[in-house]
Write a new protein. Sequence first.
Length: 220
Amino acid sequence: MITINLLPEELRPVQRTPLPHILSLLVLAAALFFMGKTYLGMTMQLNSVEHQIKTAQVELKALESTVKEYEMLLKQKDLLQKKIGAIQTILADRTIWSEHLHQLAVLTPENIWYKRIRITTRRFTEEQPAIDPRTGLVEVDPRTGKQKMARVSVDRPILEISGYAIDDETGMSSTANLATKTAEDGAFSNLFTLYTSKITDTDFDGYPAREFTFEYLITG
């Protein structure tokens, strides 16, 4: 049977194609797929990061004892460095007594016998810059702008040598010879300066002799 549509062209129903709807659904499906895939990827990355954080936390906790030991070793290292520095300072400033006593023996005339060699101290009065007790700084005279000086008592080390002496065969005083030699020897006099001398007449094993005590100020 033949069907004839007598409606005008503009009133006739238009048969629409489903292609746009299909394309929209495909785009929506693709977008949902992409979003789902992105979500799954981000979820996996987040899980991976959380796993790494937990692993790092476990490792960090395991290293706490090592870190504490390392910090303790650093403190011990600093302490040892300070001790080494102090020892080096002492060694740099030390007086090598074996060498100096040997030098004294070389300078000693034959007619001298020592009874005592010792280190003692003597108190000296010296002028030093005055220190303000409130600030701990050197005081300055406001009128002159120069440092104020104060007389203070200080203890200085002394090398004391004592013994007996007789004159040599030429009649020269052995004690005077010892004083001259120790003063003229550069290596000895750079460290020891004759400060006082005491000489008295006595006898040694029945022979006339002089008992002496020399005090050398240790300057080295």
